[in-house]
Design a binder for this molecule. Sequence first.
Ligand SMILES: Cc1cc2nc3c(=O)[nH]c(=O)nc-3n(C[C@H](O)[C@H](O)[C@H](O)COP(=O)(O)OP(=O)(O)OC[C@H]3O[C@@H](n4cnc5c(N)ncnc54)[C@H](O)[C@@H]3O)c2cc1C
Length: 293
Amino acid sequence: MRFDFYEPNTIGECIEMLTHFGLKTSLLAGGTDLLVKLRLRHIRPQAVISLGGIDELKKLERKSDGSLEIGAMKTLQEVESSNLLANEFDLVRQGAGCVSSIQVRNVATLGGNSCNASSSADTVPALIALGAEVQIVGPQGERHLVLEDFFAGPGETVLQKGEILTEFKLPAPSSHSGGTYKKYAIRGEVDISIVGVATRLTLDRNHKLQEVRIVLGGVAPTPIRVRRAEDMLVGQDPKEELFEEAAQLAAEESRPISDQRATAQYRREMVKVWTRYTLQETFQKIREAIKAR
Ligand SMILES: Cc1cc2nc3c(=O)[nH]c(=O)nc-3n(C[C@H](O)[C@H](O)[C@H](O)COP(=O)(O)OP(=O)(O)OC[C@H]3O[C@@H](n4cnc5c(N)ncnc54)[C@H](O)[C@@H]3O)c2cc1C
């Protein structure tokens, strides 16, 4: 297959090229999803624009207010091994570390994992659980969205013509909070998730559950928050029976399909198991952190 290849050095140049070439263009980040689609002839672009030469997309910065900004072109390996992401933002490291092999993580990017819009993407539940916002830049300027609103369906995002995802913004975490991501796949990390669950808990000063996020991957057309389960836990004392109840609600809220990897029933059962496990694990981590202070 023949196509023209471009490598802009700035976001502005990239937007100009995208606007100029229109719909017959593909953006290339690490290429781990895109090259598969090209080889299988699922897409036939006339031009491919690489984001690899744009340094603005490679930042990783802790801001003075405690929030964190991660450029879309940070590789999953850089994310997983970054000390800036240790402790409060560890959930993203857990998600990134679950993606395939080191060879894939060395080139695959955080932005590509969201823009590919697979419901099973391993970094997305973790980012949503942390309250991530995305920055989108296009011909009309800049806009911001919470990541959970970025997905329009399987393989589809809300990106408009000429727009790119430039960075993720993670709000400053509260103290007494923690998170856990668990993926279930037949061949472990090298395989695509059958179910992925990220949970994040924040306790108030009386150690009641102040904020709860439970995000599921692989069990609906896009990654989803299970609000009934979250709401049921808020304001309560963290207890095993409650986590069990929340896990049941999460399974009821999931909308899995059957495919070659697992039946819908099996997926729903795994949502229950992983939700209960990740809630307990997260609570345990917070309790240990409080004790260690
Ligand atoms: C062997 C193998 C195993 C895998 N295992 C896993 C796994 O376990 N878990 C998992 O989650 N994923 C897995 N993947 C999928 C893939 O590695 C990830 O989705 C990866 O993060 C994609 O990033 P990339 O930089 O390679 O994206 P690319 O392939 O370069 O791009 C993906 C899509 O996003 C678009 N895009 C990329 N960046 C931007 C941007 N900044 N703005 C707008 N559009 C953009 C591209 O145009 C393309 O459509 C696997 C892939 C392979 C080949």
